[in-house]
Design a protein around this ligand. Structure first.
Ligand SMILES: Nc1ncnc2c1ncn2[C@@H]1O[C@H](COP(=O)(O)OP(=O)(O)OP(=O)(O)O)[C@@H](O)[C@H]1O
Ligand SMILES: O=P(O)(O)OC[C@H]1O[C@H](OP(=O)(O)OP(=O)(O)O)[C@H](O)[C@@H]1O
Ligand SMILES: O=C(O)c1cccnc1
Length: 481
């Protein structure tokens, strides 16, 4: 069995629809789908887009092999052999446009636009949502954590609690994009080039006859930059004094201990006491690492209590996005080709937030030339040229259209960049370090009001007048009177 082929990593209904399009002769009709989410996670003011590299690798690898075809034949008696032969020839041949990884993104704006045959566009929905929803969620959680400890070292420790191996790996990468400095996962380090760091577990101390012996042997084995876990028995009475003795001994050999780790108890109190003990011993350079079910709220609280923590190991709460464990990204049909023309389509819902935005659209980030700050994101039809040319545009909130203003001194940054054209990868995938840097430049583009963790201002995502009118027209056309 091949675990590497992800072609059947899709819902059965996608293959059923592909079959029905094949059967009905509509499989070559071209369509446009938008991927977006409707609600920001964690009450945050922005999300950090991640998952594109995984999407690209997945699309490049799409191919129905013998094993997949045999399985499909067994699975569904309706599928005719000629359909399976069609699948044997399948390759993605469409266009895909996407926001860059590391970008700040917002609700209700397209993050990925797929243009292709209904046959191929339908197949890839499930996997795109699977990858982007998870990675964007974790990158966003990591950005919140980074926001409360911008100057400290942040280590991702979540593998043991992650929802299986892929989540651990891609979650470690997502955290790194948003400014984490390291992961504990060796394989994530090897595959993605993320710095890897590690201390030791309680088992190391428990294994030995005494804590002193454990510290001694660990420091003997890894003398350069060792970090000792000091809370196995009694943090302040034995752990910290024992670590200080080792640090002094290392000094006499011209070596430096890197740190001590606290993993239980009152981390504010213990870190302050430990800091004072270390400083009294002339060990100002020994850092204090904290772990134990940390998240951005506890970290902010610890900082408010004056905790003397330099470095944070964050596992479960980050890698599982425990307080908001799913991002509800969706993939919606917005246009279909009819007689060589794009026909916009809409999905109407009793819930106004679920009404889709029709048409083939681009997203522009409108940056005020005077302040250098992003004022709004602006969704326009792909054939609208005024915004791309920098002409005056009207910004208004689609929920409250009477609130509007005109802007003309702006730079419009197109957010959706071509990734695949006619099935060919046309974008060089950026290096992870560049993605991480791009994320920082994105943060600098926004006023702090949108970035704060608690009750941030809502960043405007506006529609062009044409998109808004098109949406209203289609609602009128399709809503039963
Ligand atoms: N000063 C503090 N203020 C707020 N939260 C803290 C503080 N110190 C620790 N915490 C957090 O409180 C939670 C519970 O800590 P608790 O003291 O119950 O752990 P513990 O029982 O000592 O450790 P463990 O159960 O892992 O052995 C953890 O999420 C921890 O990060
Ligand atoms: O707390 P997290 O943010 O998930 O970070 C990872 C945790 O993993 C380790 O604990 P371990 O698995 O040994 O269990 P523990 O919870 O008993 O410390 C480590 O000591 C951290 O506490
Ligand atoms: O290196 C560590 O201290 C570590 C790694 C993973 C989980 N908990 C701790």
């Amino acid at each position: 069995m091949s675990y590497n082929n992800l072609t059947l990593h899709t819902d059965k209904y996608q293959i059923n629809m592909m079959y029905a399009h094949w059967k009905q002769g509509t499989m070559h009709r071209r369509v446009v789908f938008d991927m977006y989410f409707r609600k920001l996670p964690f009450g945050n003011g922005f999300a950090v887009f991640a998952g594109l590299e995984r999407v690209v690798r997945y699309i490049e690898g799409l191919s129905f092999g013998e094993e997949e075809l045999r399985f499909l034949a067994e699975q569904e008696e309706n599928y005719e052999p000629a359909f399976l032969e069609e699948l044997r020839q399948f390759r993605f041949s469409g266009h895909l446009f996407a926001v860059r990884e590391g970008a700040l993104v917002f609700a209700n704006e397209p993050l990925i636009r797929v243009e292709g045959t209904i046959f191929e566009a339908q197949l890839i929905e499930t996997a795109i949502l699977n990858f982007v929803n998870y990675q964007t969620l974790i990158a966003t959680k990591a950005a919140r954590i980074k926001g409360v400890a911008p100057e400290d070292t942040l280590m991702e420790f979540g593998t043991r609690r992650a929802q299986e191996a892929d989540a651990a790996m891609w979650g470690a990468r997502a955290a790194y994009i948003s400014g984490f400095h390291a992961t504990s996962n060796m394989r994530a380090g090897m595959l993605f080039g993320i710095p890897v760091k590690g201390t030791h577990a309680h088992a190391w101390v428990q294994f030995h006859a005494s804590e002193d012996e454990a510290f001694q042997r660990y420091a003997d084995s890894l003398p350069d930059g060792v970090t000792l876990l000091v809370d196995t028995y009694d943090t302040l009475k034995s752990g910290v004094p024992g670590a200080i003795r080792i640090a002094k001994e290392l000094e006499s050999r011209g070596k430096r201990m890197r740190g001590i780790r606290l993993d239980s108890g009152d981390l504010a109190y213990l870190s302050k006491k430990a800091r004072a003990m270390l400083d009294r011993a002339g060990l100002e350079y020994v850092q204090i690492v904290a772990s134990n079910d940390l998240d951005e709220n506890i970290m902010l609280n610890l900082k408010a209590q004056g905790a003397a923590i330099d470095s944070w190991g964050v596992g479960t709460q980050l890698i599982t996005a425990a307080d908001n464990p799913a991002l509800g990204g969706v993939y919606k049909l917005t246009a279909k080709e009819e007689e060589g023309e794009w026909q916009p389509v809409i999905k109407i819902s009793g819930n106004p937030e679920k009404v889709t935005i029709p048409g083939v659209k681009n997203v522009y980030r409108i940056v005020d030339r005077t302040t250098g700050k992003a004022e709004a994101d602006y969704i326009a039809l792909s054939d609208e040229t005024d915004v791309a040319k920098g002409e005056a545009i009207k910004l208004f909130d689609p929920q409250h259209p009477y609130l509007h203003k005109y802007v003309d001194d702006y730079e419009a940054i197109p957010m959706l960049e071509p990734v695949f054209q006619n099935g060919e990868l046309v974008a060089a995938l950026p290096d992870l370090e560049d993605i991480r840097e791009y994320h920082q430049t994105q943060l600098a583009l926004f006023w702090p009001e949108y970035l704060r963790k608690l009750n941030p201002e809502k960043y405007p995502v506006d529609l062009s007048v044409k998109v808004w009118e098109l949406q209203k027209e289609l609602i009128r056309r399709f809503l039963p009177h």
